[in-house]
Write a protein that binds this ligand. Sequence first.
Ligand code: UDP
Length: 140
Amino acid sequence: MAIERTLSIIKPDATRRNLTGKINAKFEEAGLTIAATKRLQLTKAQAEAFYAVHSARPFFNDLVSFMISGPIVAQVLVGENAVAKNREIMGATNPANADAGTIRAEFAESIEANSVHGSDSLENAANEVAFFFAEIEIVA
Ligand code: UDP
């Protein structure tokens, strides 16, 4: 299996409840290395740019408002099969459908305030990592 990078975001609902450590424990227990980490307050323009792919979706404006409602923690996770592994650890978008033990099953408040973002493909991962990090900031 290939060593991959993926972009993870701990969302404002989780930073507000001081869940960063508990969420990061799940990544590390699953064998993913936190190779870069950055706590940020996104601007509206930054959140709109990051979620541009969803701009036509009915939930877009609410999602942007939520993502700027408090700090986020953007991280690069590195490891074998990191893109799919992170999606497994996260659980389904809607916490009502998330498997037991996943981050969203344990911590998400709603389908919107669902605690984490994770890249959904290797190609998107490369673009999303570059959105937040310079190469010199990523140390696996
Ligand atoms: N989202 C929402 N309502 C929906 C679907 C998604 O508010 O009906 C939000 C939610 O925060 C989700 C994000 O939009 O994580 C991106 O949606 P996507 O379908 O890409 O889900 P993900 O890849 O995050 O599981």
